[in-house]
Design a protein around this ligand. Structure first.
Ligand SMILES: [Zn+2]
Ligand SMILES: [Zn+2]
Length: 254
């Protein structure tokens, strides 16, 4: 199974518009971060998690040319605003199965009513097949089991997903012990780490390292990184040996 990091930046991306700080001016390509999304695939399935405003460029850069399912973590714009750009997949494949919490699907149906409607549809608009996710009910996509992981993004519920030996959790601040149990034993864990300083709705570095201690994955990659965290190279040099900072277009095999 392959995991392709489509984007690894926080909601504004890096560089931030109009920002003149050192990280936003960095010449290291790993310091250029689109909004978070990940593509998980093998010869049997192709799953994309989240569809932010950079979706089109991410699909072009990665070479992803089929999407069997689109999984949403939550409704924030940095994870959903690119939904219109699923059109090329819809034209080739028909209705695209989209998975998310019922609240998220309802939210998207309001914001993208022309995509979710079944009446008087504009001929060029894409169509989706919404599928509600329940935190206690694993589902399968082309025979690949997917386990939802329930977590909290400050006051907002979010889903992470475990796919085989891989778990992806973003926009997490707190998570219950029972949900952590679902993640134990993964080879690769991806979690959000915004920066060193505490934040009301995201893990900071200290919280992320404590979480890794509990889960004990073989390897961990950080995502949803802010320009306030510093340079990629500096952050990674300060981490334990099995903990890495993901960067855009990084691809790993599990
Ligand atoms: Zn986010
Ligand atoms: Zn968010």
């Amino acid at each position: 199974m392959n995991v392709y990091f489509l984007g690894t930046g926080t909601s504004q991306g890096i560089p931030v518009i109009g920002c003149t700080d050192a990280v936003c001016n960095s010449l290291d390509s790993r310091d250029k971060r689109l909004r978070v999304a990940v593509w998980v695939y093998n010869e049997n399935f192709s799953i994309v998690i989240d569809c932010g405003p950079d979706f089109r460029m991410q699909m072009l850069a990665s070479g992803c040319n089929r999407m069997d399912a689109l999984l949403f973590t939550h409704e924030h714009a940095d994870h959903t605003a690119g939904l219109d750009d699923i059109r090329p997949f819809y034209f080739k494949q028909g209705d695209i199965p989209v998975y998310g919490h019922p609240r998220v699907l309802e939210n998207l149906a309001r914001r993208f009513d022309y995509i979710f409607t079944t009446e008087n549809k504009y001929p060029g608009a894409p169509s989706v097949l919404p599928i509600a996710v329940d935190k206690n009910e694993p589902f399968s996509i082309l025979n690949q089991a997917v386990i939802p992981i329930n977590a909290c993004h400050g006051g907002l519920q979010v889903f992470g997903y475990r796919i085989g030996d891989f778990a992806y959790l973003t926009d997490v601040k707190t998570i219950e012990e029972a949900e952590i149990e679902k993640i134990k034993g993964v080879k690769v864990l991806v979690i959000n780490v915004l920066r060193k300083e505490p934040h009301p709705t995201h893990f900071n570095l200290e919280e992320a390292l404590a979480f890794i201690e509990k889960v004990q994955p073989e390897k961990t990659y950080f995502t949803h990184v802010s320009h306030n965290f510093g340079f990629h190279e500096t952050i990674e040099s300060e981490l334990p040996p099995n903990v890495f900072v993901a960067y855009d277009n990084l691809e790993i095999t599990i």
